[in-house]
Design a binder for this molecule. Structure first.
Ligand SMILES: NC(=O)c1ccc[n+]([C@@H]2O[C@H](COP(=O)([O-])OP(=O)(O)OC[C@H]3O[C@@H](n4cnc5c(N)ncnc54)[C@H](OP(=O)(O)O)[C@@H]3O)[C@@H](O)[C@H]2O)c1
Length: 307
């Protein structure tokens, strides 16, 4: 099969498009013929060696995908060959930038025809991360106020819509060019972080969801009211230490499972969450997608089309 892989860490030029062995479904696994795979911020961090996770080489990148089941491993009874499915690889495995992937059946979910393969790939890890962060970790409630840092990103698009669906007031940060897009997602208040310091104009938040990292992480604690909680997904595997004792700092544990993927389907099917804006690249042009991802100022999601 064709895949995009690295033989060593480095820049986007290290991404090779070529033949890799076809995966085989082990016990409890299925092989999925991938139609679309998404590009996540983690991918260029793994590629360049900046991730806390290190792979063996050759290493096929990619964490989420949508496709069609083409083989069943021993013991798989709840999926059939021909089923459209989508999913996210286990935290310790990757391999979605490829024509095929072997993955545990228990962590993929059926994809309804009403959601395209491209949209399902774009929604999988971003949606899973947003659900685990906003619902399971922050436990956001109706009537609360949340600041979502980095509103124009893929995880944030899902998180903003989910927070509105829960009944929260949503504030976000983004460059002015992204404000119309964010208003269409339902955001109540947008701060142009290039013109205003969010710590000067936001206060009394019940929750913060930080998808940006760096100094934004440190400064996010300032906007919380006493008893507030903040969740961080862009500042490493541990929750950052808060500079004050009356708030909680949380690092969502984004485990992979089918129920969360089914919740994504339910929210999208109900119209509560729309897929983010998507920019497409053919699989063979993954390097170009990485250059855009690494720039950290594109809107929505980048998706690789595979077949
Ligand atoms: N399981 C996990 O823990 C998990 C899963 C998925 C993603 N992540 C991490 O979560 C982060 C977000 O990923 P993503 O794919 O949603 O988006 P991303 O590609 O990392 O971020 C893109 C967005 O960030 C915005 N941005 C950049 N600097 C900003 C700043 N200082 N303030 C506000 N916005 C800023 C940009 O919008 P503007 O053009 O408006 O600046 C851009 O639209 C990444 O670090 C990723 O590695 C973690």
């Amino acid at each position: 099969m064709k895949a995009v892989y690295i033989e060593r860490h480095g820049g986007p030029e290290e991404l090779k498009y070529g033949d890799q062995p076809d995966p085989v479904a082990g016990p409890g696994e299925v092989v999925v013929d991938i139609h679309a795979a998404s590009v996540n911020g983690a991918d260029w961090k793994v590629r360049s060696g900046q991730s806390y996770r290190k792979g063996q080489f050759p290493h096929v990148l990619g964490r989420d995908f949508s496709g069609v089941v083409s083989a069943l491993g021993e013991g798989v009874t709840d999926l059939r060959v021909g089923d459209p499915v989508f999913g996210v690889t286990e935290a310790s495995r990757e391999g979605a930038y490829a024509e095929k992937i072997a993955i545990k059946a228990a962590i993929v979910a059926n994809k309804p025809d009403s959601i395209s393969h491209v949209d399902a790939a774009a929604l999988a890890l971003a949606g899973l991360t947003a659900l685990v962060s906003v619902e399971d970790t922050l436990k956001l409630r109706d009537g609360e106020t949340i600041l979502v840092q980095g509103g124009a990103g893929g995880v944030a698009a899902f998180a903003i819509q989910l927070a509105k669906h829960i009944g929260a007031r949503v504030i976000t940060t983004a460059r002015a060019a992204n404000h119309a897009y964010l208003r269409a997602l339902g955001v109540d208040e947008i701060i142009d972080y290039t013109a205003q310091d969010f710590t000067k104009v936001v206060s009394g938040c019940d929750a913060v969801f930080d998808t940006v990292g760096g100094d934004v992480t440190e400064r996010s604690f300032a906007v919380l009211k006493p008893g507030g909680r903040a969740a961080f997904i862009a500042s490493g595997p541990e929750a950052p230490k808060p500079p004050r004792s009356d708030v909680r700092s949380l690092r969502p544990n984004v485990a992979r499972d089918r129920p969360h993927l089914e919740r994504i389907v339910a929210l999208v099917s109900a119209g509560a969450v729309k897929p983010p804006e998507i920019t497409l690249f053919p699989l063979a042009e993954a390097a170009a997608a990485h250059r855009v991802s690494e720039g950290r100022h594109f809107r929505g999601k980048l998706v690789l089309t595979v077949r």
